[in-house]
Each structure stands twice: as C-alpha cells, then as structure tokens.
Design a protein around this ligand. Sequence first.
Ligand SMILES: NC(=O)c1ccc[n+]([C@@H]2O[C@H](COP(=O)([O-])OP(=O)(O)OC[C@H]3O[C@@H](n4cnc5c(N)ncnc54)[C@H](OP(=O)(O)O)[C@@H]3O)[C@@H](O)[C@H]2O)c1
Length: 227
Amino acid sequence: MATLGLIGSGHIGGTLARLAVDVGLEVVLSNSRGPQTLSDLVAELGPRARAATPAQAAAAGDWVVVTIPVGAIGTVPRDPLAGKTVIDTGNYYAPRDGTIPELEAQEITDSELLQRYLAEAHVVKAFNNIHYPHLKALPRPVAAADRTALPIAGNHPAAKQQATELLSLLGYDAVDVGPLTESWRSQLGTPVFCAPYALTKDDQYRTQPAAPASAVEVRAALAAARR
Ligand SMILES: NC(=O)c1ccc[n+]([C@@H]2O[C@H](COP(=O)([O-])OP(=O)(O)OC[C@H]3O[C@@H](n4cnc5c(N)ncnc54)[C@H](OP(=O)(O)O)[C@@H]3O)[C@@H](O)[C@H]2O)c1
C-alpha cells in the first residue's frame, strides 16, 4: 500500500490525510510537537493513519507533503527526503513567517527556497491555492464532469508526474504551471489563489461554499497572473 508522509498536520495536512485514507492510502502524520499530540487526529482518521516524527514521516512516504509555515522550512529533515517527491503547500506570509528578503524582493519563489534547502529532493508545488474546506469538499472521480483542477509546478518531470498521480488519486486534475520559477503564478494575491474554488469566485472565498473549477478556468487564471 502506498504511503503519504506529512510534515505538518494542521488545516491542509489534516485535510490531505483525510482524503488519502479515504482512497486507501496509508498516512504518516507529523508535527513539531511530537506524535503524542496527534493522537486525536490519528484516532479520527482510523487504522490507515499513524503519527511519527518528521524524519520518520519523511522516510515512510512514497510522497511527502511539507505543509508548515514557510518560516519553519529550515527544520525539515533533509536526509530522508533525498530522491523523493516532496509536495510543497507553502505560501510565504511575512507576518507569520518573518521577513525573508529574497522572497520580498521576488528574486526567488517560496518553493525555490524549499528546493534549494532540500537540494537532493524533487519539490513540486501543489495544494497551495485552495482553502482547506474547499480542498476537502471538491474531490471527484476521474473523468467526472465537475472534476476540479489544481496547479502544480516543479523542475523535475518525473516528480511532477508522481505528484499528478497523487492529485488524481485524491480526486483532482493537475494543470502544469512549469518550473518552480513560475510557481508565483499561484501564490497569495493571484487570480488562481483560492477564489476559483469558491461559489462566488472572488476574495470572499473564506465564507463561501466550495465550487468546482475546471482545468480551463485554472489555466485562464494562471495566464492572467501579474507579478
Ligand atoms: N489553511 C489553508 O487553507 C491553506 C491553504 C493552502 C496553503 N496553505 C499553506 O500551507 C501551509 C500549512 O498551512 P495550514 O493552514 O495547514 O497551517 P496550520 O493549520 O497552522 O498547520 C501547520 C502544521 O505545521 C506543523 N508545524 C509547524 N512547524 C513545524 C515544524 N517545524 N516541523 C513540523 N511541523 C511543523 C504544525 O504543528 P505544531 O502543532 O507542531 O506547530 C501544524 O501541524 C502554510 O504555508 C499555509 O500558508 C494553507
């Protein structure tokens, strides 16, 4: 059975864990405070879920999702992630993450920062542009007319393929944005950021029910992004 490793088990990590166990994947959850602090979530998720340290979750995962504040990426265990596909859900947000000058200057993207830190891993940006209740609500089977698409970006074609397979298993299509240099197109404040997945398709997304967004809509929103 394939395993999804999670470094970070909050809103997005916990939601991805739920989607993964629902389609039969094993999940290994982790956070900064220790596996014992995840016992309620593990119990809720059932027998396919367990909690471990970040290094153990990294070692166990066929895919590993890093879903923590961007300011904490320097704590992610590097060695067990070498050669693996690492899915990055992060969005740089200075009031939470602290000011990171290279990101403020737009010299690199937040996912390039993670890729530089995890030099031996293959980072793919995904799941960063959808509000977590909408992520939970929108999975649909392959070829469903109302299947939703999410952008992915990455430098390694095989890793992007592996990420696309994970998205598909979890109920989503993928739209390839290009390399990590292009991942700014889905960052906070861009047209594809969260709004397309809410009923009103606008910046009120937090208070709105989920609504599907097709690959055509997502491509158009990505193309409309201005830096
Ligand atoms: N919320 C959303 O709808 C949403 C949507 C898309 C993308 N994002 C982005 O995805 C990332 C996660 O967001 P979130 O809303 O899921 O955050 P969250 O609910 O605050 O959860 C963060 C998780 O990361 C863990 N964590 C923090 N520092 C860690 C470290 N050094 N090592 C391991 N685990 C650590 C936290 O555990 P502890 O209890 O140990 O602190 C918690 O489980 C952020 O970059 C966010 O901007 C969020």
